[in-house]
Design a binder for this molecule. Structure first.
Ligand code: FAD
Length: 442
């Protein structure tokens, strides 16, 4: 009887999972394994919202494996040691894992390689559509600008999308710790797991994506990001499925998935960009002032910024446009360093992802891949454009619920501004004037 181990990381799914497929092809018995690694906590990745979502994902994976003849084995401890111990216990001839892009993933892979040698099989193209490092410009290891990346990405060959296995055999004799449970920090978290993600995708109206994706109140984006972050859904399968559906919605949606790949290939080539400026402009940032605290609490006095921050606290998720506005406000209006802002997002975001979060923050702060690094988003112009009748702000800022239409975006202009809502942290007219003087108005 031959045995293989499928080590799940950010690929918590049965459908289109090259790791699981390779492990199943390699042996008579497969041990589907997840390791709760304390180094992940130390690296700040395991915030309560993501821990709660992860617990759902693992329960879902186990529930899906059982009818096939398998089950999920859970171990705790540093991943490499836990996997090596299990490989010895079971006599596994091969261990399969997805290639990751973060410094942490590289270290884990190195440690696994040291202990397992040629028994380790690392699979590319599991977490993204294109393999990071495979789509590259001549003479460089990665693309630093999205548009040429996207052109090349579209032409790149795609791997086959795999079906879910129909049967798997896992020995009953292998000890497993109980699956984890965890309480989220945010009350409005979505349910985790592959089946929840697939249901969401099946019901999602892609045809309305173009029309609705910038409309904050309509909430018309897919909200698939946490399922993509944990790999409950395969990005490659989503692209194939969207292309089958076709139309302008599918095209725009696929482009967003290419942004995800873009950030992954940047981080894979430059793991230090998780914490250091990708392209420093020599900015002198302020740090940890009371203003940053007001930003975190959703009490800046700028209603759209506060609405976004309160959505984040409540749902562990924020609309992309609100992420752009809130991050721009912190870095370009309050001149705060992007790192504490990114850290706060990572604490709460259920889709909190080192590649997407840090590199989007850097894009906004002007230290990343934006070709117009001095671009500033005017919070008031953005409010008028993205929330034209104020519905999004009234949904998240109850103190302003009585203000009609777009007047909700400028409560300071009321004869009697709501007493329980703060005055603007910085003079809105001065912000607007500075933007008019042309530091790149958007
Ligand atoms: P949709 O519009 O339905 O897009 C589909 C998918 O495409 C998303 O689920 C996501 O995987 C990908 N995608 C969309 N926009 C982007 C983008 N700009 N960059 C990379 N991938 C994208 N996304 C994360 O997944 N994790 C993060 O931690 C994260 N932090 C961010 C921080 C800031 C400051 C900003 C500006 C953006 C951040 N994003 C992050 C990107 C984006 O905001 C989210 O992916 C998106 O809002 C998720 O909602 P959705 O699934 O409904 O997106």
């Amino acid at each position: 009887m031959t045995v293989s181990i499928a080590l799940f990381t950010q690929d918590l799914r049965l459908h289109d999972n090259p790791v699981l497929r390779a492990a199943a092809d390699a042996a008579d018995e497969v041990v589907p394994l997840f390791v709760l690694d304390p180094d992940v906590d130390a690296a700040d990745f395991a915030a309560p919202n993501r821990a709660a979502f992860l617990a759902d994902c693992l329960a879902d994976l186990d529930a899906q494996l059982r009818p096939l003849g398998g089950r999920l084995v859970l171990r705790r401890g540093p991943a490499a040691a836990a996997v090596a111990r299990l490989a010895d216990e079971t006599g596994a001839a091969s261990v399969h894992v997805a290639a990751g892009v973060s410094a942490f993933a590289h270290r884990r892979e190195q440690a696994l390689r040291t202990r397992l040698g040629s028994r380790l099989h690392v699979h590319d193209g599991v977490l993204t559509v294109a393999v990071p490092g495979a789509v590259t410009p001549a003479g460089r290891d990665h693309y630093a600008v999205f548009t040429p990346y996207f052109r090349a990405w579209r032409q790149a060959p795609r791997r086959t999308v795999h079906r879910a296995p129909r049967a798997l055999r896992t020995s009953e004799d292998i000890a497993s710790e109980p699956l984890p449970t965890a309480a989220p920090e945010s009350p409005g978290l979505p349910p985790g797991g592959e089946r929840a993600g697939r249901r969401r995708w099946q019901r999602y109206d892609l045809d309305r994506y173009v029309e609705l994706h910038d409309d904050l109140a309509a909430d018309g984006t897919s909200r698939l990001s946490p399922y993509l972050h944990f790999g409950c859904l395969s990005a490659a399968e989503l692209v194939a499925s969207a292309e089958r559906r076709g139309g302008s919605g599918a095209e725009a949606f696929v482009r967003q998935l290419a942004w995800r790949d873009f950030h992954h290939q940047v981080l894979s080539a430059r793991p230090d960009a998780a914490h250091r400026d990708y392209r420093s402009k020599g900015d002198h940032w302020l740090r940890d002032t009371a203003e940053a605290e007001a930003w975190r609490a959703g009490r800046t006095g700028f209603p759209l910024v506060d609405a976004g921050m309160r959505q984040l606290a409540h749902e562990g998720w924020m609309h992309n446009r609100a992420r752009l506005v809130t991050a721009s406000f912190l870095t370009k209006t309050l001149y705060q360093d992007w790192r504490p802002g990114a850290r706060y997002f990572l604490r709460l975001l259920v889709d909190g992802d080192l590649a997407n979060n840090q590199l989007n923050w850097q894009w906004v702060a002007g230290t990343g891949t934006d070709t117009r690094p001095n671009r500033v988003l005017n919070p008031l112009a953005q409010a008028d454009r993205l929330d034209p009748d104020g519905t999004y702000v009234r949904r998240w800022v109850p103190e302003l619920a009585g203000l009609p239409g777009r007047s909700v975006h400028r409560p300071w202009r009321q004869d009697r501004p709501p007493a329980d809502y703060p005055a603007p942290l910085v003079d809105p007219e001065a912000v607007a004037a500075r933007l008019r003087r042309g530091r790149g108005l958007d």
